[in-house]
Design a protein around this ligand. Structure first.
Ligand SMILES: [Zn+2]
Length: 976
């Protein structure tokens, strides 16, 4: 077998369905394994993964993931990771901790950029500069500034995980896995439980790195159109200095339970824990290993059959029972042994047993009486379409395949097995066609006859949060009591020293070690997306001639300006109705089955944005679909049915959707706190922002709570609103179509599309266009404190720079990128201990927003926001730093997109009236940004300090104490 730079090729195989040549190598000296997937995808990827099963919940694996990215032998700066974010063209750059592995994946379409990323990541994982201060900053430390201050725990992961443990949905998942895997590495939290993170010692931390971050325990991965030997040379440069070592990191198989188990927990639900249904329950089954590809694929399809859509029988039974609001669950297939969960959110905890019994009964009925063949066919087609389309959205395809390969590779199985799908899919289809009761038998084996199951109940509790807080205080008090005077002085000194290191900037020489591109490596011109505006028979079609492997992507858009203001909050439910309530001829189950069987999917989305140089907005509802050529007639027939014959007067089904939407929004508050704050702030400054708040923000949540009552008490009013939306919206006069596919397929499709459009209503008569509704948003100005039961805050501040005299210049994007990766990163994250601090500038709206994520602070974070303007005015910006920020900004502008996303982006530009010239001007301004622009922007931000509006989502205690300090400056609203 040939040897390339120390790597011996041990196997190669063509994977036809991915048009890929797969090659598996072993590094002769260390035993490191390397998988290379060679194909013509320009979005190249690299990853190095270590098997890192933790023994406890101190979060050592997660803290190590953060820590190795904090400086290394060749790159002795505080955070090489951030330097890369600042100045790379990467299409992906991050790191992940799983229950049993830690991945360091990168991707780029630029080969030199990819090499730079690989170089820094390899140095980071093998030669990190780990010190006690690294563990303290990224993990945990005692913070004490003055002898009389209270002692506190601080640390990035500590706070990140406090955020995690504030989300009842995450808790349900965490407790479920613990319940299924007692005394096993999967039964501890690799991310870290805030109760156990402070148990981690520096010795344990270092031992973890020594044991697991070794080439003999590494899984290295290449993907894309770079097939050079250079890649191997670069990796070998690192591996050659190691000898083979036995890492003993195997994941043991868990002995199976002989009977089911049940566990109950409490979670912090704030003061009104007792009112309403806030409990949750999940029933979990341990399944088989991931090694058998056909079995794994079958379990994925079975999961879709059971709970994948609102029409899926287990999903439907749970919702129809009225016991809860939203279904939870799915298949966990990233571990050595898979598990399945199903449950309900928004239940009375006392009714958990009823939910469990219902799940059992439903599974038994399906197994005994048989699953509706239409459901099975829909799920099979949905899966087949997904596998062939391989649409990973903005996540690089190469990395998605890496994660798939690791589901067997990590357990010494065949890494190529999970990448192929033709053979297992054909086998499953054949079994179903032969009427073997295939999925019914799987239900028997995997669920009904499987005693390895655990039921987890989460009950809301008003005291749980306070108890946790008290326990933490007590632990800190004990720690403090045990400290001698010298220890206290040491802690103070240590806190100061940590801060000193954090504020000391990297030297120019150190920064210069980070490999970067040059400005001359960047394209001077924007890449254009093909767009033809076709007007035929008064219909407007935007068409993008792009290769899509034969899939037609169609977006049918309706102008929301046709709606009177008071109807806007009903719009999201109306659009949900289009696919989920049924039509005159089909109930919603039949409709969803038909969508699954006959298309690649039909769904709805909204697009809102400020129109360039105006105060008004583009606001559209899109009904979106995708289909292969032979499915196009079906796609259009279904669209016609839902647009013309949706049956809105099904009160029961509508009620379910309201509850689901409400529960979904409530569950999202903690995980997406910053985005709720951002939406709330944007609503103060622009029509588009105001629309988003009405249809997806905190206002929308309040609307849904009222709507739930209205459905009960005043259904005719609700129904009338929905009918009014239908007649105002579904009108050819105010529609636009967007199609992405290559020309040959488009030619075939266009006459069908035109015929479809002809059949839609044209009202009122052609000669008098329907008047547009005028909206009068109320732009509120008060500062707000929005309270939720959480251990962390999301702090926001924003202003409209255009209203304050700033004129747009492309440098604003470069400067925002710089602020995010310097001032905000250092102050809000590194020193403040928040998981993140961000800023964004909406160049269409002019709104500049600061937000923080999972933040232990409130007032201090606002001070840091206010400090940004001075930082910019006084910053001594080197040419290298400026260049890096420009490169990073160009990387954002040129974000890699799959063809369907390109078509959608091009349409969005059209809808707001953005020309190619304007885009090119923006790029020119980005590329020619100077240090003087930074100072000028600093002056503009000065205005945000003075005129900015503050919105905080966070714990009632934090908001209250901020109000005490500053004299009720936040208007308090209880959100949850
Ligand atoms: Zn993290």
């Amino acid at each position: 077998m040939p040897v390339i730079h120390g790597f011996e090729l041990i196997r190669q195989q063509k994977i036809l369905e991915l048009k890929t040549q797969a090659k598996l190598f072993r590094h002769l000296k260390t035993g490191a394994q390397l998988l290379a997937l060679e194909n013509d995808d320009e979005n190249k990827a690299f990853g190095i993964t270590f098997r890192t099963p933790p023994q406890d919940s101190t979060g050592v694996a997660h803290i190590m993931e953060h820590s190795v990215l904090c400086g290394s032998r060749k790159y002795p700066v505080k955070e090489p990771f951030v330097e890369l974010i600042k100045g790379s063209l990467n299409t992906f750059l991050n790191a992940f901790t799983y229950p049993d592995k830690t991945c360091y994946p990168v991707a780029s379409t630029n080969l030199q950029d990819l090499y730079n990323l690989i170089e820094v990541y390899l140095d980071a994982v093998f030669y990190p500069r780990l010190t006690p201060f690294t563990l303290q900053q990224e993990g945990w430390h005692y913070e004490l500034e003055k002898p009389d201050d209270p002692l506190a725990f601080k640390g990035v992961v500590f706070n990140e995980m406090k955020g995690n443990y504030s989300s009842p949905d995450r808790l349900l998942g965490e407790y479920s896995q613990r319940a299924l895997f007692p005394n096993h590495t999967y039964g501890v939290d690799s991310g870290g439980d805030p109760k156990h993170i402070p148990d981690l010692t520096f010795e344990q931390f270092m031992a973890f790195h020594k044991k697991y971050y070794h080439p003999s325990n590494a899984y290295i991965y290449f993907y894309g159109d770079d097939h050079s030997e250079e890649r191997f040379r670069r990796v070998n440069e690192y591996l050659k200095d190691f000898d083979r070592a036995g890492a003993a990191s195997e994941i043991p198989l868990l002995p199976r339970f002989d009977q089911p188990k049940k566990f109950s927990y409490k979670f912090d639900a704030g003061e009104d824990a007792g009112s309403g249904k806030k409990g949750r329950v999940a029933v979990n089954w341990l399944l088989t290993e991931t090694t058998d590809r056909e079995n794994t694929l079958a379990l994925k399809i079975l999961t879709h059959v059971l709970i994948g859509t609102p029409a899926a029988p287990l999903h439907k039974a749970l919702i129809d029972s009225g016991l809860g609001e939203e279904v939870t669950g799915g298949l966990e297939s990233d571990l050595r042994q898979m598990y399945f969960s199903a449950g309900l959110i928004g239940i009375a905890a006392s009714e958990a047993d009823k939910v469990e019994a219902l799940i059992d009964d439903t599974l038994r009925r399906l197994a005994d009486d048989g699953i509706d063949p239409q459901t099975v066919e829909a799920s099979l087609n949905t899966f087949e379409f997904r596998l062939r389309e391989n649409n990973t959205g903005s996540f690089p395809r190469g990395l998605s395949l890496m994660l798939r390969a690791l589901t067997t590779w990590l357990y010494d199985g065949d890494p190529l097995a999970p990448l192929t799908f033709e053979a297992p899919l054909e086998a499953i289809k054949a079994r179903v066609a032969a009427k073997e009761r295939f999925f019914e038998k799987m239900i028997h084996q995997n669920f009904l006859q499987n005693p390895h199951r655990a039921t987890v109940i989460l009950a809301p509790d008003a005291e749980a949060g306070k108890l946790d807080e008290a326990a933490e205080k007590e632990r800190l008090a004990e720690a403090r009591a045990a400290m001698s005077e010298a220890d206290l002085q040491n802690t103070i000194h240590n806190t100061q020293e940590l801060k000193r290191r954090q504020v000391t900037p990297d030297s120019a020489e150190a920064l210069a070690t980070i490999p970067t591109l040059k400005l001359s490596d960047l394209d001077k011109l924007n890449k254009k997306i093909p767009l033809a505006v076709i007007e035929k028979n008064q219909h407007k079609i935007l068409y993008h001639d792009l290769f899509t492997n034969g899939i037609v992507y169609l977006d049918v858009g309706f102008d929301l300006h046709a709606l009177p203001q008071e109807l806007l909050p009903y719009l999201p439910l109306f659009s949900r109705c289009l696919t989920q309530i049924g039509t005159e001829k089909e109930n919603f189950v039949q409709l969803l089955q038909r969508i699954g069987q006959k298309t690649g999917g039909i769904w709805t989305s909204r697009y809102t944005s400020t129109l360039l140089n105006t105060d008004s907005s583009a606001a559209w509802l899109f009904v979106r679909g995708k289909a292969m050529q032979h499915q196009l007639d079906d796609l259009l027939a279904i669209l016609r049915d839902i647009l013309l014959t949706v049956k809105l007067d099904d009160r029961e089904r509508f009620r379910q959707m309201v509850l689901e939407a409400k529960a979904g929004l409530e569950s999202g508050l903690v995980p997406s706190g910053s985005s709720f704050v951002n939406t709330r702030l944007s609503a103060r400054f622009s029509e588009a922002g105001w629309l988003d708040e009405q249809m997806g923000g905190v206002s929308y949540l309040f609307f849904l709570r009222q709507l739930e009552k209205d459905v009960e008490k005043n259904w005719p009013k609700v129904l009338a609103a929905l009918e009014q939306i239908r007649s105002a919206l579904i009108n050819r006069q105010r529609m636009i179509c967007n199609v992405t596919v290559d020309e040959a397929h488009y030619k075939y499709f266009e006459p069908k599309l035109l015929a479809f459009l002809e059949a839609l209503p044209l009202a009122p008569p052609v000669l008098a266009p329907a008047p547009l509704a005028t909206w009068s948003p109320a732009y509120r100005t008060e500062f707000e404190g929005l309270t939720i039961p959480a251990q962390v805050n999301y702090v926001g501040k924003a202003a409209n720079l255009y209203k304050l005299g700033y004129q747009f210049h492309g440098s604003a994007l470069v400067i925002s990128n710089y602020l995010r990766t310097t001032w905000l990163w250092e102050r809000v994250r590194v020193q403040g201990g928040a998981y993140g601090g961000f800023c964004s500038f909406g160049r269409r709206s002019g709104v500049f927003t600061f937000t923080s994520y999972r933040d232990p602070n409130l007032a201090a974070t606002l001070e840091n926001y206010d400090g940004a303007s001075r930082f910019l005015r006084e910053t001594d910006l080197s040419d290298e730093e400026l260049t890096k920020s420009i490169i990073g900004t160009i990387g954002d502008l040129d974000a890699y997109q799959l063809p369907d996303a390109k078509g959608y982006t091009s349409m969005a530009r059209y809808l707001v009236g953005e020309s190619e010239d304007e885009r090119q001007q923006l790029r020119d301004e980005v590329l020619s940004t100077t240090a003087a622009d930074f100072r000028k922007f600093g002056e503009a931000l000065e205005q945000v300090n003075k005129h900015g509006i503050v919105v905080v989502l966070g714990s009632p205690q934090a908001i209250e104490s901020a109000n005490v300090q500053r004299g009720n400056w936040l208007k308090v609203t209880k959100v949850l």
